[in-house]
Write a protein that binds this ligand. Structure first.
Ligand code: F1P
Length: 337
């Protein structure tokens, strides 16, 4: 919980990296494509990176799970930048993939731990300034990774407007953290469900996946993070009044399409927890419970903020179910095998 609440500070500290990032970007050759590689929560940060780089830089961007990299590495060649994201810089699958990529392309490691192996092996290194993270499930390091990715995209695209907008994230995040009491009550209402779906489209799809991962990691409840448009390709069969659906619906391009998925799951009896803008009256009407965000938070920056209540929701469900969220079973802080 302490680490969740430290996130505004973590973002502020990571934002202070901007001149180092500008310096690194000035050394870049003209890359023609990007590939992100990571595991777990860091993989979800990579997925946000894909949507962002494609939207802002128009660069073809792949995401490959580090554990799959030896089997399929995507289109990597000397014109590629391969970006490795890892809190610890020691995850075995990530290091193995980094070794392979180093032989074929330029590599960049975005890492939270100074002096870790990834920082010694990559061509370029950016540090996330989240501070030490003791909780096994990643929270503030995820937010710092995202902040780094946004800074990198803004620097590569010389996007002053985005750099200015990022300065406002810590204050927005403090506002979002004030929702904790409401979320605690919501946790009590939903903590006995055995299955959850988390849905979103575009920038909200990785947020849905990260929300589901936090739920699995620290509450041991089954959670599926799904691209909302994929529901109709099978999983709708699993939705009924016992399966709550968390719908990530910020204002923007994906809004109306995800809203139609909210209607579909409601028609099958699901209770919906909606995450959306404070002035989204339609979502507020459709959802059984609503988590409201400042209306200025547009879709493109929403991953930095919409995940925070989902961390809190899992934290409070975990505690209310008598679990120690800091010591989840079968999960190590750093997976070295
Ligand atoms: C990847 C990761 C974390 C997860 C847990 C196990 O670690 O999957 O996202 O929370 O700590 O490892 P890393 O490569 O980002 O250090």
């Amino acid at each position: 919980l302490k680490e969740i609440h430290e996130q505004p500070e973590a973002v502020k500290n990571t934002l202070s990296e901007v001149s180092d990032i500008e310096n690194i970007v000035s050394q870049f050759p003209q890359f023609k494509r990007i590939t992100f590689v990571a595991c777990g929560t860091s993989h979800h940060a990579s997925l946000v990176g894909k949507y962002l780089f494609e939207a802002l830089l128009g660069l073809p961007t792949d995401v490959v799970l580090a554990s799959e990299f030896e089997f399929s590495e995507g289109a990597i060649d000397p014109d590629s930048l391969v970006i490795f994201i890892s809190q610890s810089g020691e995850t075995a699958d990530t290091l193995k993939a980094l070794k392979i990529a180093n032989k074929k392309a330029k590599t960049l490691a975005i890492v939270n731990v100074l002096g870790s192996t990834a920082t010694r092996e990559a061509d370029y290194v950016i540090f996330t300034r989240a501070g030490p993270e003791i909780g096994v499930a990643a929270t503030k390091t995820y937010i710092s990774q995202l902040t780094c990715i946004y800074l990198l995209a803004a620097c590569m695209g010389k996007n002053r407007e985005l750099l200015d907008e990022l300065q406002q994230i810590p204050d927005y995040m403090k506002t979002v953290l004030l929702l904790e009491e409401d979320i605690k009550e919501m946790a009590a209402k939903y903590k006995d469900a055995q299955d959850f779906f988390f849905i979103g489209r575009g920038f909200s799809y990785p947020t849905a996946m990260e929300g589901a991962l936090k739920l699995k990691e620290i509450t041991y409840i089954h959670g599926e993070g799904y691209a909302a448009g994929e529901l109709k390709h099978g999983p709708l069969a699993l939705i009924d009044d016992d399966v709550p659906v968390v719908a990530v619906v910020p204002p923007g391009k994906s809004h109306d399409r995800t809203l139609s998925n909210v209607e579909e799951v409601k028609a099958r009896g699901a209770r919906v927890i909606g995450l959306g803008s404070e002035d989204d009256q339609v979502l507020s009407y459709e959802a059984s419970d609503m988590i409201k965000f400042p209306s200025q938070i547009r879709e493109l920056i929403s991953p930095l903020l919409y995940v925070v209540p989902l961390q809190l929701l899992s934290y409070h469900m975990s505690v209310q179910r008598g679990i120690d969220p800091d010591k989840p079973k079968n999960l190590a802080k750093c997976v070295t095998v």
